[in-house]
Design a protein around this ligand. Structure first.
Ligand code: GDG
Length: 447
């Protein structure tokens, strides 16, 4: 069998390779582990001239990492404006905040062409190529144009809307046409697959998408959680609660995660169930991301204000109902926080999958598990039916679910957790990668 070639916008830095932070990196680490592989992408560094560079190579175990640099202008137009200022909101159904500029699209295509120019010479005919996410939709077509004959698969980690929404994008038809170059396209849910297929059908394209829901490494995260219960930070958090119930929210600072709506739901809970006032603390961990994009800066200001308002209105001299942090917490400490949480609030307005929901389940103790409150609009919802399901726009529904979560009997918590844990254990990151790659290798090669 030939090599596996993974392509993603960012390649994990050397220090992240043994202990990757996000789901994409964990899933792919398992896929590249033990097989001869190449992982290609942006280094995270800037250069004044990106055209005539040679990829920097370094090898760790069986994987060679190949990275290239981008200019500041490429970073701005390709990454900030087109990928994160346009494709991200569009795919999350937020057409009201998209901002299309032809120059951004042009640079997006140029960067994809640059990736193809730099990657093609490193490829062998029997490689299997696996391209990831919305930054790189046209890359497969660009590789084909450079004579690449190997199998090429594509996986989209975020949702995909139906043609009625996608056609808002002025370049939608061209982008969809180029996606027909892939031998296999994977998305997270059956709904995303049917949406993407509605786009292909509307444009008479031969491509088809199938769904491959991503998972986590539940054993590793569960062990980390158990090990870290005694860590200093986790013990300090536990002591500071003084017997109050811990409600945990963990999300990158992103409008798709529904954090203002969730905080509104928590405030409604405080108003609607005054008998529980003073009995809960919401710890919302929200590391800042994409600070270069205006809508993210506006969200940060909104959250600062909301958290301050709730504490001022509802708190007391010895109790703040919400603790809101914008710094990142080390992964092992986070695992310990999940273990001691009584309720997890995972309420995205839209999400490709949402790994935090799965991590919470993996971290809980079977003897006394907490309750998971999950948005019905997260990609994880169809697999995690035993969660307390909420519509993230319904703040009264969130309030009622918090009440149900903190008052739920041990028996019901255990019954729900056992079903959730079974799903999380069956569908791991490693299985996800195997399923996709097995199917890709079995497809008939396109010419
Ligand atoms: C995209 C899709 C899809 C968060 N805060 C901290 C921290 N995290 C970790 C979480 C989790 C990861 O980041 C976030 O993963 P999600 O799945 O929740 O969301 P996205 O980043 O939006 O990921 C998503 C995913 O791709 C995979 O396909 O599920 O739908 O949007 O692992 O634990 N980690 C650390 N400190 C933090 O403060 N160490």
């Amino acid at each position: 069998m030939g090599r596996l070639v993974v392509v993603s916008n960012r390649v994990p830095a050397p220090r992240e390779r043994n202990q990757p932070a996000g789901g994409l990196a964990v899933g792919l680490r398992d896929a590249v582990r033990g097989t001869e592989s190449l992982w290609f992408g942006w280094s995270g560094r800037h250069t004044s001239q990106s055209k005539d560079q040679t990829p920097k190579l370094d090898t760790h175990e069986s994987c060679t990492y190949a990275t290239i640099d981008l200019t500041r202008s490429e970073y701005e137009h390709f990454y900030e404006n087109f990928s994160n200022g346009l494709l991200w909101p569009l795919c999350h159904y937020r057409i009201g905040i998209i901002n299309y500029k032809r120059l951004d699209y042009q640079v997006y295509r140029e960067v994809n062409a640059l990736f193809a120019d730099q990657l093609a010479p490193l490829l062998r005919e029997d490689d299997t190529i696996w391209i990831h996410d919305y930054h790189l939709f046209p890359l497969g077509a660009k590789l084909r144009r450079r004579g690449v004959k190997a199998k090429i698969g594509f996986f989209l980690h975020i949702p995909f809307p139906p043609w009625s929404v996608t056609r808002v994008l002025p370049c939608a038809e061209e982008m969809l046409r180029e996606m027909a170059a892939y031998d296999l396209i994977g998305v997270q849910t059956a709904e995303d697959a049917s949406n993407m297929n509605s786009c292909f059908e509307a444009n008479n394209l031969p491509a088809r998408a199938a769904h491959f829901p991503i998972g986590i490494d539940p054993v590793e995260f569960g062990e980390q959680a158990v090990r870290n219960v005694m860590a200093e930070e986790v013990q300090r958090l536990h002591a500071s609660l003084r017997g109050r119930k811990l409600i945990l929210g963990v999300d990158r600072l992103d409008y798709s995660k529904g954090i203002p709506e969730r905080i509104h739901g928590y405030e409604t809970f405080l108003n609607r169930y005054p008998e529980h006032k003073g009995e809960t603390v919401l710890l919302q961990i929200t590391p800042v991301s994409r600070a270069g994009v205006a809508s993210y800066r506006a969200l940060r200001r909104e959250l600062d204000e909301m958290a301050g308002h709730i504490n001022a209105m509802h708190g007391n001299f010895d109790w703040s109902p919400i603790r809101y942090l914008t710094q990142s917490v080390p992964r092992e400490v986070l695992a310990g926080f999940h273990r001691i949480a009584d309720v997890a609030l995972v309420t995205p307005l839209r999400d490709g999958m949402n790994l935090v929901a799965k991590e919470f389940v993996a971290a809980q103790s079977p003897d006394d598990p907490g309750a998971l409150i999950l948005s019905s609009l997260a990609g994880a919802a169809p697999e995690m039916e035993e969660a307390l399901m909420v519509n993230p726009y319904d703040h009264e529904g969130i309030a009622d679910a918090i009440h149900a979560g903190i008052t739920m009997s041990l028996e019901e918590r255990q019954r729900r957790w056992q079903a959730l844990h079974r799903d999380v254990t069956q569908n791991t990151a490693a299985n996800w990668a195997d399923r996709f790659l097995d199917m890709l290798r079995e497809t008939e090669r396109q010419e």
